[in-house]
Write a protein that binds this ligand. Structure first.
Ligand code: SF4
Length: 295
């Protein structure tokens, strides 16, 4: 049937038959990480390191359940290996299985040498701000992006109180580098007390989103559709998203690990999830946005 044939069949089942079928599978391949970012809770807890057999089985099971888009996350997925198998082997295996799109969420400190995938590289602000959160990595990341084996590399930032003020400077700095295909973002999504201390909420959140949208309107390569911008701003969108699953070594979650934490979910700031919710709501701007992303 081929990639586009499968996508069309999935669209018909989803939009005509209104079936909620799996499509995007996320894999927390390891929680091991070579960095120590203050806002990250999923680093080096020792709870999430897949064995190679477990990873291969989880990929096959996800494909059998109907998933066709895949992302690896962590910890730092690029440092994962087990039994002589590394992440590159898993990407090749997932392609052989038939996954259409493969993304790797990485901190960019390891060379981007795995082919046949897209990279989402975290850059947490302008050079100084990034260095204040991820010390000693800014130049290394840019070097790895410059030498990446694919042009499909996106920058990703998590907005918090520590970097929201540098938004415009950050977007202009990253765009001027001409290294990234686009800029995606999240709003810090965490326990209410963490968001109260480090996050952006209420009218501040609305103002930040308006600033992001203004940059998008000026032509900066921000991955954000009008539908997702409006939904993030009003915080009105359908969640959790049953078409998304997140697999860890011991469990598969619907949408993400916080699916049962209502307080977190109510203020979800994962822009990619909002985009998917708008695609599923058949919003033309979100459908157009994703068509630009997939190969
Ligand atoms: S916080 Fe809720 S809506 Fe957001 S990704 Fe997690 S489960 Fe989905």
């Amino acid at each position: 049937m081929g990639r586009w044939g499968e996508r069309l069949a999935y669209a018909c089942k989803t939009f005509i038959l209104h079936r909620e079928l799996p499509y995007l599978f996320g894999m927390v391949i390891t929680d091991r990480c070579n960095l120590n970012c203050f806002y990250c809770e999923s680093k080096n807890s020792g709870s999430y390191h897949f064995t190679s057999d477990g990873a291969i089985q989880a990929l096959s099971d996800a494909y059998q359940r109907g998933h066709r888009s895949l992302y690896f996350t962590g910890g730092e997925p690029m440092i994962w290996s087990d039994g002589g198998i590394n992440l590159g082997d898993l990407v090749r295996h997932s392609r052989k299985l038939g996954f259409h799109d493969v993304f790797i969420f990485t901190n960019g400190t390891v060379p981007l040498a795995i082919r046949d995938c897209n990279y989402i590289v975290t850059v947490d602000g302008t050079r100084d701000i990034h260095e204040s959160i991820r010390k000693g990595t800014y130049d290394l990341i840019l070097e790895n992006v410059r030498n990446a084996v694919t042009p499909d590399v996106f920058a990703s930032i998590t907005f918090s109180r520590h970097n929201a003020h540098c938004l415009e400077e950050f977007v202009k700095e990253i765009t001027a580098l001409n290294l990234f295909r686009g800029i995606s973002f999240n709003l810090l999504t965490h326990w209410p007390e963490m968001v109260a201390k480090h996050g952006i909420s209420g009218s501040e959140r609305v103002r930040l989103l308006d600033r992001i949208w203004a940059l998008k309107q000026q032509g900066y390569p921000i991955v954000l559709s009008r539908a997702a911008y409006r939904s993030l701003r009003s915080n009105e969108w359908k969640r959790p998203i049953p078409q998304i699953e997140l697999g860890t070594r011991d469990k598969v979650f619907t949408c993400c690990r916080d699916v049962d934490n209502k307080e977190i979910c109510e203020n979800c700031g994962y822009a990619n999830c909002v985009e998917i919710s708008q695609i599923l709501a058949l919003r033309p701007s979100a459908i157009f946005q994703v068509m630009k992303m997939v190969n």
